[in-house]
Write a protein that binds this ligand. Structure first.
Ligand code: SAM
Length: 209
């Protein structure tokens, strides 16, 4: 299985624990290095995902949860398309501190491998970009995303190609489709960080309750 991914100091695929991941991003945020690197590497994940999302989410006032929002790059893309009602959650407080003021309605520090502190059926959509990768957030989070999303809502996500089968995302996605917990609308290999030869699966599914 491919272990390609990019990082600032150590290869990201060497990270093992949630604490290591948190420290890794806390340090990457120093002097805004994360955002600078994403520009330098032409990281297209947020733009590509928002582009797909807007085809299915025509109402710009819907309430969106950005899972693993980091410094808010997905929020910036959502805003460009006119969405104005989104919250964000991330493990790294240092990255959350870098989100432009007023961009997100609510920001919370959270470990998305645990139960999310959000009531059932709260959001119209969940976006999760760049967060399904090595040692980050595991496939069970998709069940949590469905739980907090309303019937008919959307879940739009990327999965790093290097972990798609290794972490069981392929099986979880099939299981959710087989159980009719959601209906997959699009699923394809996106560019993501093509400049570093790292691609990701990009999916958008509609929740069925
Ligand atoms: C590659 S960054 C993507 C950030 C943002 N969505 C973007 O596209 O720029 C991955 C993010 O996942 C977050 N993350 C990793 N593990 C997490 C966890 N268990 N719970 C919540 N966030 C996590 C990291 O802190 C980091 O902000």
């Amino acid at each position: 299985m491919s272990q390609k991914d990019v990082g600032n100091k150590v290869p990201i695929y060497k990270l093992k624990t949630t604490n290591e991941v948190m420290k890794y991003y806390d340090e990457w945020g120093a002097e805004n290095k994360y955002d600078k690197d994403m520009i330098a590497w032409n990281y297209t994940g947020p733009k590509e995902t928002a582009n797909v999302f807007k085809k299915y989410a025509q109402n710009k006032n819907i309430k969106i949860f950005d899972a693993g929002c980091g410094t808010g790059l997905v929020g910036i893309e959502l805003k460009k398309f006119g969405y104005n009602n989104f919250d964000g959650a991330d493990l790294s407080q240092k990255l959350l501190n870098l989100i432009p003021a007023g961009l997100y309605k609510k920001i919370m520090k959270a470990d998305l491998n645990k139960t999310i502190a959000v009531n059932n059926d709260t959001y119209d959509a969940v976006m999760c970009v760049g967060t399904f990768t090595f040692a980050h957030v595991k496939p069970n989070a998709l069940e949590e995303f469905i739980r907090i999303t309303k019937n008919g809502g959307l879940i739009c996500f990327t999965i790093n190609e290097g972990i798609y089968e290794e972490y069981g995302f392929d099986k979880k996605i099939k299981e959710l489709s087989d159980k009719k917990n959601w209906e997959m609308k699009e699923f394809f290999k996106s560019d993501y960080i093509a400049s570093k030869d790292v691609n990701a699966w990009l999916g958008i599914a509609q929740v069925i309750k």
